[in-house]
Write a protein that binds this ligand. Structure first.
Ligand SMILES: [Zn+2]
Length: 353
């Protein structure tokens, strides 16, 4: 999760260890371009793989930290006013058309945001491939799906919304706000962000799913996260790839900035930028996103239950081996899709009546 990297860099915390992103060709099982037939309801690829036995590892309390090597990308500011993207148009169309529930899948990272990368797995590519697989399975089940990105790029904000505070200097924040805004625009029943973990401690491995206990939809977000966690592990194990269960986890206080708890942006409540705080730290209120005379500005949160699943650790050799195999990737996709369907069933939204 590259916003982790950005935040850590901003705080000057020395959490990160080297984890090369260079010359790590993606696994052949990772296909980060959408299958041509998948514009409709086609099923994604199948193939052969070799099951990898995994011994349980001790659960470590440390939350995931990105291990992407290199410096924080600096891009020209601001990227806020955009033409309507195809995804934004699709989101709007979904919300305006009656039909089965809409699920927003959020393939983590993209473009300059590589995410974690190691052992031949590049997270942004792996996330997108997994999202395409989940998308196909959900469509087969009769659920409507929107992806926040469909290629190797950042998410594009839908037009007409106020720029996110702080976005003029932080492209990554524009990106994550766009993902949330697209989900809200689509009127989604659930938002599911798909990632894999990376950590400087290569012994860490397994699957964990985040929710926020302080989100407006906290209880349902927890239910969603719990389903995802259970079904992802279950499908992997059934396919012969047992993985470590790191549980459904609260992101509420994952990062602590000067005593202020922060969670993963896309699944957390709005963040408020206050004029007094900006002035206190010697910042520029306009650059922080405050209009003249304004005393505070806020980011936007998802209006629906939201969870973020971390499908194994690319920084762990055993986990990375599982991520490289076609059969286990498809099993994880089945698990994510099954978790979403279980959540929708609990909500009385699926199967459609
Ligand atoms: Zn990530």
């Amino acid at each position: 999760m590259a916003w982790t990297r950005l935040l850590v860099a901003a705080l000057g915390i020395g959490l990160l260890a080297g984890c090369s992103t260079s010359s790590t060709p993606a696994s052949p099982a990772v296909n980060a371009s959408r299958p041509a037939a998948m514009a409709s309801d086609a099923v994604h690829v199948t193939g052969e793989g070799i099951p990898v036995a995994v011994e349980p590892a001790p659960l470590a309390p440390a939350p995931e930290t990105v291990v992407t090597a290199g410096v924080v990308p600096v891009e020209p500011a601001p990227v806020q006013v955009v033409a309507p993207s195809a995804i934004a148009a699709a989101a709007l169309a979904l919300s305006q058309t009656p039909g089965p529930p809409v699920i927003v899948l959020d393939p983590g990272h993209g473009g300059a945001e590589v995410g974690a990368a190691n052992h031949g797995i590049v997270e942004k590519e792996s996330n997108l491939d997994l999202a395409f697989r989940v998308e196909a399975l959900l469509r087969e089940a009769g659920v409507r799906v929107l992806l926040t990105r469909e290629d190797d790029s950042r998410a594009v904000p839908p037009p007409g919304l106020r720029p996110v505070p702080g976005g003029s200097t932080r492209p990554a924040r524009v990106d994550v706000q766009a993902r949330v805004d697209l989900a809200n625009l689509a009127g989604a029943a659930a938002f599911v962000s798909i990632h894999s973990n990376g950590h400087s401690d290569s012994s860490l491995r397994g699957i964990e799913t985040y929710y926020s206990s302080v989100h407006a939809e906290a209880p349902r977000s927890l239910a969603l996260a719990t389903h995802l966690q259970t079904t992802a592990l279950g499908e992997l194990a059934a396919a012969g790839f047992p993985a470590v269960d790191r549980g459904a986890r609260d992101t509420q206080c994952m990062y602590n900035r000067s005593g202020t708890c922060r969670g993963i942006f896309v699944i957390s409540p709005p963040r408020v930028t206050r004029l007094e705080d900006v002035l206190q730290r010697g910042g520029d209120p306009v650059r922080a996103g405050l209009a003249p005379g304004e005393t505070e500005a806020s980011t936007r949160a998802t209006l629906m239950p939201a969870a973020l699943i971390e499908l194994l650790f690319v920084s762990n050799p055993q986990d990375a081996a599982i991520l490289a195999v076609e059969e286990s990737r498809q099993a994880m996709a089945r698990g994510v899709a099954a978790g979403i369907l279980a959540f929708l069933a609990e909500e009385g939204l699926w199967p459609a009546q």
